[in-house]
Each structure stands twice: as C-alpha cells, then as structure tokens.
Write a protein that binds this ligand. Sequence first.
Ligand SMILES: [Cu+2]
Length: 111
Amino acid sequence: MMRTPRPHPALVAAALLALAGCGAREHQPERHTVVIRNFLFVPAAEAVREGDEVLFLNHDAVPHTATAADRSWDTGNIPANGSAVVRVGKAGTYKCAYHPTMTGSITMAGK
Ligand SMILES: [Cu+2]
C-alpha cells in the first residue's frame, strides 16, 4: 500500500499567511503622538493617513485641547498630564480652545 505524500500542515499555514500578507491591505492604521509642552504642540505638523489616530499627551500643568479649526474633530479638555486620542479624517489646522496661539496642523499623506 502506498500513501500519497502530503505537505506538512505547518507549511500549508505558512504559505497561506504569506499570501494573506501580500497586498491584502495597503496601510495598517497607525497611532501618531503629539506632545503638548510649554504651550506648544510638538510636532506642530503631523502627516497622517486615513484611519490613523493621533494621541495628544499633555505634559503641561494646565489643561489644553486640540480642536480642529473646522470643528471636524476635538479632543475636548485634556487635563494636566492627561491624554486624548482622536481619529483625523482630513487635513487642516487645529488649535487649543483655551490658548488660541497654540496651533498645529495635520496633513493627509498617501492621497
Ligand atoms: Cu491650551
């Protein structure tokens, strides 16, 4: 009696994983970080892609916000040493609602 040789299951799984990882998705969402320090957004300009999140870390001793100029997104109040995450879908400028001289901008990459 002859048995048909079969590929090892682990090899099949590896091959399927390799195929799945090939061009199935152009971009994995990323999380960008903007630090608020000394009444500044650092970096002041951040390039994101659709689906990305931006994490704002407030390292100041007073509350801030990051509020889109067109109001399309808003972190709301970020307390001292607090943080907030937003998903930004389009390019534009933003500022702190409490301190209008604090400004930053988002650009959309890969479009
Ligand atoms: Cu502020």
